[in-house]
Ligand binder design. Structure first.
Ligand code: ADP
Ligand code: MG
Length: 598
């Protein structure tokens, strides 16, 4: 292990490093800094978030540029405004003893005039987001024709966000003989293509495993009215039939209440908080470990250190008071090499906090929409279909077959399938058919861009591959784009479930998509794509029409006994919505073979 001094950094930088309290270089710094100091070549560096990449390219860049000149010599491109500001600040700190140094951040959503004024004062280093950078170039507010060093930071993320063309465009304004340093957590094909097309024999360094995603946890948030929080929670659970989750609430009271409501509504839920006795807590935790409880509703204190490995989802029913706590919460999933999702239900007044959390966790949230009723019906139906399909036959049934066959003598297979699935589907359908849209809009121009994907003239598809086939949304999107030879934004709203997925394209592409998948095999298996009943933009239209109907009480998991006992807080809240009736024949719960023990 070398020291920063041994890596060959100058005294100005070493002094700043001491001030910052960095004692020894991180792995990526140890590997990258000597290469970048000693050669003028290109570099591809793969390293996870939080490994110290900024300093790995920042120190060498600061060492190499001429702070006495006012020419722009270094350009750092990064995917988001937050990262851009963060990098600019780090660079300023690293270079605080470099006399005359001027680092300027260029990003959208802030005055372009002010930014160009700062650039004009003489910026040796510009840190920019691709969109704003391109804008400034086309308005001739920056001159990057004398750049010697360019950095593509979080390259995979920039490509994910659809910045490929902007980056290409920006780089075309820079000199051929500059050095390009690419930093990325993962190396998907598109990043490799950038390296191939824009770099000359880059040296490659890897820290940790290649292609491991930034971390195992993805972060999502859902914007709803505060009064719809509980309904939103139920929908998230219903949209994920195999959920095994920790649901975080802020207070013991809320924790208890949410757990009670869930139990009354027939979910396998349990509460964990400090007002329970040690014995009660142990019981709940044991039930959770055995997966008899699928939704553990907990306070932060009580859930501290929960070491259950298979948690699929962390749901932030409310955000914590201290946003730093979010890291502890989301760390309850994505353990032991598995992937996990951390979901946050937020109301408008809290949405700002998402940005602050992003800064802390150094990851971006994806804004997602609470699924609408029909989407949930479809998910539940397909989940059941998959379960049926994968069920091992229990031959104890054989002795009753004669009677059953007699009963279905006149029913053909198609009819039988329809009837069989209607048993469950109708229950969900009746509950959800008039469910209102829970999503609220938030007019933040920064969020309404390419990410939100709320187009109304699009087609939504169902595809019978999913997580089990090794896809996550990014991989599936790449796969579809490559197979169908589509452009960067042609496939959107990709949602991957365990054994199936959904995605959208513009309507014009419908014929092409369906034709392509009529007879298509992937890894020896037929891949089937169908138009899904849920149109991608439908929800938005609902909102415009101002449809106002409350979710009806109950849900797929309702247990009649509990249902009849009612739920006081809910009843107060719900309008005059008529209650769904379930006949006794429906009370078997095909989705929920296990019951909570409470
Ligand atoms: P990355 O870009 O790889 O996600 P950053 O460059 O943002 O990581 O660094 C993560 C954190 O680690 C920052 O707060 C940074 O100041 C700190 N850091 C970087 N290098 C070192 C080091 N050698 N010693 C201690 N802390 C460091
Ligand atoms: Mg970084």
């Amino acid at each position: 292990m070398s020291t920063f001094q041994e890596l060959g950094l100058n005294n100005d930088l070493l002094q700043a490093i001491t001030d910052l309290g960095f004692i020894k270089p991180s792995e990526v710094q140890e590997k990258a800094i000597p290469i970048l100091l000693d050669s003028e070549g290109d570099l591809v560096a793969l390293a996870q978030t939080g490994t110290g990449k900024t300093a790995a390219f920042g120190f060498p860049m600061l060492e190499k540029i001429d702070a006495n000149s006012r020419t722009t010599q270094g350009l750092i491109l990064s995917p988001t405004r937050e990262l851009c500001l963060q990098i600019a600040n780090e660079m300023k700190q690293y270079g605080k003893y470099c006399k005359g140094l001027n680092v300027v951040a260029i990003y959208g959503g802030s005055s372009i005039t002010e930014q160009s004024r700062e650039v004009k004062r003489g910026a040796q280093i510009i840190v920019a987001t691709p969109g704003r950078m391109k804008d400034m170039i086309s308005r001739r507010l920056v001159d990057i024709t004398k750049i010697q060093y360019s950095v593509l930071d979080e390259a995979d993320e920039m490509l994910n966000m659809g910045f490929k063309e902007d980056i290409t465009d920006i780089l075309s304004h820079t000199p051929e003989d500059k050095s390009t340093w690419l930093f990325s957590a993962t190396m998907p094909r598109e990043v490799a293509a950038i390296a191939k097309n824009f770099m000359h024999n880059p040296q490659e360094i890897t820290v940790g495993n290649k292609n491991e995603s930034t971390t195992n946890v993805s972060h999502e948030y859902y914007l709803v009215n505060a009064r719809d929080r509980y309904q939103a929670l139920k929908r998230l659970a219903d949209a994920n039939p195999d959920i095994f989750s920790v649901v975080f609430c802020r207070t013991k009271r809320d924790t208890q209440k949410v757990a009670e409501n869930l139990i009354e509504d027939g979910y396998n839920a349990g509460a964990l908080h400090g007002d329970l006795s040690q014995n009660q807590r142990d019981l709940v935790m044991n039930a959770f470990r055995k997966k008899q409880i699928q939704m553990l509703v907990a306070t932060d204190v009580a859930a501290r250190g929960i070491d259950v490995d298979d948690v699929t989802h962390v749901i932030n029913y409310q955000l914590p008071d201290e946003i730093e706590t979010y890291t502890h919460r989301s760390g309850r999933t994505g353990r032991a090499g598995k992937t996990g999702v951390s979901m946050v239900i937020v109301s408008k007044s809290e949405v700002r906090k998402i940005k602050s959390i992003e800064r802390i966790i150094k990851r971006q949230f994806e804004k997602k929409e609470i699924p609408d009723g029909m989407e949930i019906c479809e998910v539940q139906l397909m989940s059941l279909a998959n379960k049926v399909h994968n069920t091992e036959i229990n031959h104890e049934i054989d002795k009753y077959l004669a009677n059953i066959n007699e009963l279905f003598e006149d029913t053909n297979k198609e009819e039988l399938i329809k009837k069989f699935f209607s048993v469950e589907f109708t229950r969900f359908y009746n509950y959800y058919k008039k469910a209102k849209n829970l999503n609220v809009s938030y007019d933040d121009s920064r969020d309404s861009g390419r990410h939100s994907g709320g187009r109304s003239d699009s087609t939504r598809y169902f595809i019978n591959v999913g997580g089990k086939d090794g896809f996550d949304w990014m991989k599936l999107k790449d796969f579809l784009k490559e197979q169908l030879q589509l452009g960067r934004d042609d496939v959107f709203k990709v949602e991957v479930k365990d054994s199936f997925s959904f995605f959208n394209t513009e309507n014009e592409l419908k014929e092409k998509v369906l034709a392509f998948f009529t007879d298509f095999k992937h890894e020896g298996r037929f891949v089937n794509v169908e138009v899904s009943e849920n149109r991608g933009g439908g929800r938005r239209n609902d909102r415009k029409r101002g449809r106002r109907r409350d979710d009806r009480k109950g849900g797929g998991r309702r247990d009649d006994r509990k249902y009849n006992s009612g739920n006081r807080s809910e009843r107060r809240r719900s309008e005059s919505a008529s209650k769904p009736r379930r006949s006794n024949s429906e009370s078997s719960n095909a989705f929920k073979p296990r019951r909570s023990r409470r």
